[in-house]
Design a protein around this ligand. Structure first.
Ligand SMILES: Nc1ncnc2c1ncn2[C@@H]1O[C@H](COP(=O)(O)OP(=O)(O)O)[C@@H](O)[C@H]1O
Ligand SMILES: Cc1ncc(COP(=O)(O)O)c(N)n1
Length: 282
């Protein structure tokens, strides 16, 4: 029988997320796949761990065996192929080491590394051995590295309070070998919450956006790194991809969802649903 004709776009970009599952649907794999879809990029996923999580926090985390993570990456890349990838929550040293080795073996380029180490509230999420491996084995493969305030403090070994501190951090962290570093401001005070600093060895840029007054910020970091990967997959240069991703996060924050008793998630698809009132019956 003849293969059915594709009805989608003739050429579709593909991105891969290597990250953890968030049962609450606001961060991790769930946020990444929605972000890819919003950008009309086909999303693939290598799941590293399963969190029992909601808007109030993480209750439990179960790691997958590193061999499973590596096999998922291989299955995706050897058949479908990807134009860009991102890493999120990698959880432990063995998974980080396995992912870094597989990134090398599969020759992955256009890699966004979101070094999920410390939550925006300052809680350390992975142990010191894992941080050391992230620093030496994975970060040197990053096209763009996106630490939040606390992660940047650890990676740059300095305190961050001001824009000047963010700039120093970006320059210091760049020495770890990523092609570009974006220090994110969400963990700072006032309007610095919406300011990020970019350094790629030549350009030191301040990326500022409108500050959105909301407590529903769950998933902002995941969404930003996934949107950078989506834009890289679409062929944009890293800095342009990052500027476009930041615009998307700002919009998603404006449509953030007041669900649950804690910090609700950003609204990945709500700009579309509100402005373009498609419904199944129409
Ligand atoms: N209230 C806000 N208004 C606008 N942008 C924000 C706000 N909070 C965070 N951002 C942006 O969201 C992105 C994610 O940053 P951050 O929240 O620091 O990451 P993480 O979730 O990893 O802690 C950054 O681009 C940051 O500037
Ligand atoms: C599975 C998983 N991955 C990542 C995050 C960080 O989320 P944020 O984007 O809010 O920093 C999370 N809470 N859960």
């Amino acid at each position: 029988m003849e293969k059915q004709q594709d009805i989608g776009t003739p050429k579709i970009s593909v991105a891969m997320t290597i990250a953890g599952s968030d049962s609450g649907g606001g961060a991790g794999i769930q946020a990444d796949l929605r972000t890819f879809a919003f950008h009309k990029v086909h999303g693939t996923s290598a799941i590293t761990c399963i969190t029992a999580q909601n808007t109030l926090g993480v209750e439990r985390v179960d790691a997958l065996p590193p061999e499973s993570v590596v096999a998922q990456m291989e299955a995706i890349v050897t058949d479908i192929g990807v134009q860009a990838a991102k890493t999120g929550m990698l959880l432990n040293q063995t998974i980080i080491a396995a992912v870094a080795a597989q990134v090398e073996a599969l020759n992955l380029t256009n890699l966004v590394v979101d070094p999920v180490m410390v939550s925006r509230t300052g809680a350390q999420l992975i142990d010191d051995a894992a941080i050391a491996t992230l620093r030496t084995a994975l970060i040197p493969h990053a096209t763009v590295l996106t630490p939040n305030r606390y992660e940047a403090q650890m990676l740059g070994n300095l305190e961050i309070q001001t824009l000047a501190d963010m700039q120093s951090a970006a320059q210091r962290i760049y020495q770890l070998g990523a092609k570009a570093v974006l220090v994110k401001g969400g963990g700072l005070q006032g309007d610095l919450r919406s300011v990020d600093v970019w350094f790629d060895g030549q350009q030191l840029e301040t990326l500022a956006a409108e500050t959105v007054e909301t407590t529903n910020t769950h998933g902002t970091g995941c969404t930003l790194s996934a949107a950078i990967a989506a834009n890289l997959a679409l062929g944009y240069e890293p800095l342009t991809a990052t500027r476009r991703a930041k615009e998307y996060v700002t919009t998603a924050l404006k449509y953030a969802l007041a669900i649950g008793k804690g910090q609700g998630p950003v609204g990945h698809f709500f700009p579309l649903l509100v402005n373009n009132s498609w419904s199944a019956s129409s």
